[in-house]
Write a protein that binds this ligand. Structure first.
Ligand code: FE2
Length: 451
């Protein structure tokens, strides 16, 4: 196999171009991009011109997404005779009614790797879903455990985009638009319809989380009064430069996910054959350490939406199909304030994972690679130890250093799969972490102090 890659623009780092949703243009061969038009009578080098639409043709400018490929073969030759493939643990919404677990907060230790060889696709394990894949509303939340690279097998998802959050092990996504390499602490977005394969990058196994978003493509949240800068800044997102694989004569497969079905075909060439492309519909990556958090500087703290990295909006303002929120390292300085998250009931549903370190509301039992589910209007909050520690602590400036938790928060209830309900890693006694919370109320004593 031969790999051919374009050079990155100056100052963007090897193999990437900087910006979120920019109109990028990149070519791995000089002159492969047509000048001044998209579809010349004969494209350069004998390439085929092809458009991939990530939005309806007529979507407003702000949400119109498409990319033009100049490729060795058109995509219609990358999907031969399709036949069903069974991936029983890689599920789609709806999964309503599969779980009979009690309506309590739920928490799990890390999902175990599968016994056999598992790729990014065959090692996908669906935990919750919401909405309906057949109507492009909702999402599925998965964990992945990888023990084998995808060498000659390729995948694309017609149902949604993948937001990939590694927890262990580096991944290299070889895509139609170039190569995106991520390590724990970084995230990647693989748009709906983009073909790719995933290679283990400097590791034997890899583990992490995926949000498969069926709704509007993830975008940066509005900042409102915060202004023009801060949170996730657009320039920190990186899109790949063009690269293609030349594998003619090699046995390859392409697997497609479509309305929850999987089908596969066999080819004698790689579908990653784009020599040049331009457009704003691209894979990208982002380093979570670049997030510029904004928070309380006198009392209380804002709602956790202040830490939103990306959002999939709906037609109802402020009501996301799914938000990706992080809890990054930050300074805590608020005076006379209970600094962990308060107790709450939330109409949105919260799935949380931990990439590394410790989460301040749950100092014990929530480990990297683990997950928790605080579903629609299921009450929760800091555990007994966190409450007591934070209530009596001498307050001064404090750095929360070793931490990177995240949340997939969605307007739709999260329905557990049977697989997730039956996982032996579920902590059956999770609810006990609140049991020790005492009644402290005393009507004769307004100032609550330790005796
Ligand atoms: Fe919560």
């Amino acid at each position: 196999m031969t790999e051919h890659t374009a050079e990155a623009g100056k100052g963007t780092g090897a193999g990437y171009m900087s910006g979120f949703g920019n109109e990028f243009a990149t070519e791995a061969l000089p002159g492969a991009l047509p000048e001044g038009q998209n579809s010349p009578q004969r494209a350069p080098y004998g390439l085929y011109a092809e458009q991939l639409s990530g939005s309806p043709f007529t979507a407003p400018k702000a949400t119109n997404l498409r990319t033009w490929f100049y490729r060795i073969r058109p995509s219609v030759l990358h999907t031969g005779a399709m036949a069903d493939v069974d991936l029983p643990l890689f599920r789609s919404a709806p999964t309503v009614g599969e779980s009979s677990l009690p309506l309590n907060p739920l928490r799990w230790d890390p999902t175990p790797l599968s016994d056999g060889a598992a790729t990014f696709v065959t090692g996908m394990r669906t935990i919750t879903t919401g909405g309906d894949v057949g109507t492009h509303v909702g999402y599925a939340i998965h964990t992945y455990g990888i023990t084998r690279s995808m060498e000659d097998d390729y995948f694309y998802n017609a149902d949604g985009e993948f937001l990939v959050v590694p927890e262990q092990g580096g991944l290299r996504f070889h895509t139609e638009m170039g190569i995106v390499a991520i390590r724990p602490g970084e995230i990647a977005i693989m748009p709906r319809g983009v073909k790719f394969r995933v290679v283990l990058d400097g590791c034997e196994t890899a583990r992490g989380y995926v949000c498969e978003n069926y709704g509007a493509p993830l975008t940066l949240p509005e900042r409102g009064p915060i202004g023009a800068n801060g949170l996730a800044n657009p320039r920190d997102f990186l899109a790949p430069v063009a690269a293609w694989e030349d594998k003619d004569g090699t046995d390859c497969t392409v697997t497609v996910k479509w309305c929850g079905r999987f089908q596969q075909c066999h080819l004698k060439h790689s579908p990653l054959d784009t020599v040049a492309w331009h457009g704003n519909y691209t894979p990208c990556k982002y380093d979570l350490d670049r997030f510029a958090p904004v928070g309380a500087i006198l009392v209380d703290h804002p709602d956790p939406s202040i830490f939103t990295v990306l959002t999939s909006p709906t037609s109802e303002p402020g009501t996301a199909n799914v938000d990706f929120v992080i809890f990054p390292p930050r300074w805590l300085v608020a005076e006379n304030t209970f600094r962990p998250p308060w107790y709450h009931m939330n109409v949105m549903s919260e799935f949380m994972g931990l990439i590394h370190g410790v989460y301040d509301a749950k100092p014990e039992g929530f480990v990297p690679g683990g997950m928790s589910l605080h579903n629609c209007l299921i009450p929760h909050g800091p555990d007994h130890d966190a409450f007591n520690g934070a209530s009596w602590k001498e307050l001064g400036p404090e750095k929360l250093g070793n931490t990177m938790a995240f949340m997939f928060e969605t307007r739709l209830p999260q329905h557990l799969t049977r697989y997730a309900s039956d996982l032996p890693t579920r902590q059956e006694r999770y609810f006990d972490c609140w049991r020790g919370l005492e009644r402290n109320f005393d009507p004769d004593r307004r100032d609550w102090t330790k005796d």
